[in-house]
Design a binder for this molecule. Structure first.
Ligand SMILES: Cc1ncc(COP(=O)(O)O)c(C=O)c1O
Length: 316
């Protein structure tokens, strides 16, 4: 495969030429607002379909503002940069696109965000399923709690926050689980380490509300709508505690406009006993309908279409 092309501070470069210094502020302190965006390759029409590109950048730009950053590109320009990264790299497979606005200042021991230079980069890597598993996922309830809004705003993908997810995920993997379910400070189910959680009850689907400290996922909004009475209706402020999830429905983690490979749901939170729930693929499957092959037929998705070697078409 040809070497991927990345965008770094105004230049398109081969990946191996794109470097940052060891004193880069974001490296030391996690001062970055990033995104994770799915590009789903459709071999039938030879195009990459990028899942909700604008929405991801809107979230990134708001997170960047929170970190006192001025990203020197408009929303349209960011989308265009991304399309160009994909085109120049010549990907013909599913990718994961990782743009990041970050404090690129080469300076440590300075905790004043306002005094630090901003940088922006965008890269994409070939990427398949986030969690490789068939059938139900065996999940544990993390002993680490999800960061609270009073600590670091959990509504954006701020780089430093991910230590929270990474600790939980690593613990789960080390103990033989596929994923960890994180509770919030109140002990209510919040989300997975890198995905929102949905509960299937009969014909309805519920998800923890924004007040539970979840990341307001683009997939979550797409699946569920953003109205407060829809999101989180399983249990007021949150979708209920682990016991409630266990008894009322099936937990289904969902990430990045594309499901984990297991078509069944994840098991419910297991509490101290680490139980896991056998899946029911039939119930979970409707959530996972828009695989890449089907996406062009779903106008509401507002994808950015990228011809493999051609112009980008905004929207679907
Ligand atoms: C902690 C966390 N929650 C939820 C999500 C799902 O967000 P989205 O649907 O916008 O990809 C992600 C995505 O990476 C995440 O990292």
């Amino acid at each position: 495969m040809v070497e991927p092309v990345v965008f770094l501070d105004g230049k398109y470069l081969p990946l191996s030429d794109a470097k940052v210094g060891i004193m880069t502020h974001a490296l030391h302190y996690g001062t970055g607002a990033f995104e994770g965006i799915r590009g789903n390759w459709n071999a039938d029409d030879n195009k990459m379909y990028i899942f909700r590109l604008r929405e991801h950048y809107e979230r990134m730009l708001t997170g960047a503002k929170l970190l006192w950053m001025n990203v020197p590109y408009s929303l349209d320009e960011l989308c265009q940069i991304t399309v160009e990264v994909i085109e120049r790299s010549g990907f013909t497979q599913d990718v994961y696109i990782c743009p990041m606005a970050y404090k690129g200042e080469e300076g440590v021991a300075n905790l004043n965000l306002r005094a630090l230079k901003d940088s922006f980069m965008c890269l994409a890597i070939p990427f398949g399923n986030y969690i490789e598993a068939e059938g139900a996922l065996k999940c544990e309830v993390a002993s680490w709690r999800r960061v609270d809004d009073t600590m670091i705003p959990p509504r954006f993908k701020l780089a430093g926050i991910y230590l929270n997810s990474i600790l939980a995920k690593t613990d789960a993997l080390a103990r033989g689980f596929a994923e960890a379910i994180m509770l919030n400070q109140d002990g209510h189910v919040c989300e997975g380490t890198g995905e929102n959680i949905f509960f299937v009850r009969g014909n309805s689907v519920a998800t923890p509300s924004l007040e539970s400290n979840v990341l307001p996922g683009i997939t979550r909004a797409h699946r569920h709508g953003t109205a407060p009475d829809r999101a989180g209706h399983a249990g007021g402020g949150a979708a209920g505690g682990p016991e409630r999830a266990l008894h009322v429905g099936r937990g289904v983690p969902h990430r990045h406009g594309r499901p984990h490979s297991g078509r069944g749901p994840c098991g419910p939170p297991a509490g101290g006993q680490r139980r896991h729930w056998p899946g029911d693929a039939a119930t979970a499957r409707p959530l996972f309908r828009h695989r890449s092959r089907e996406e062009p037929q779903v106008p509401a998705l507002q994808h950015h279409r990228v011809a493999a070697c051609g112009r980008a078409v905004d929207g679907a």
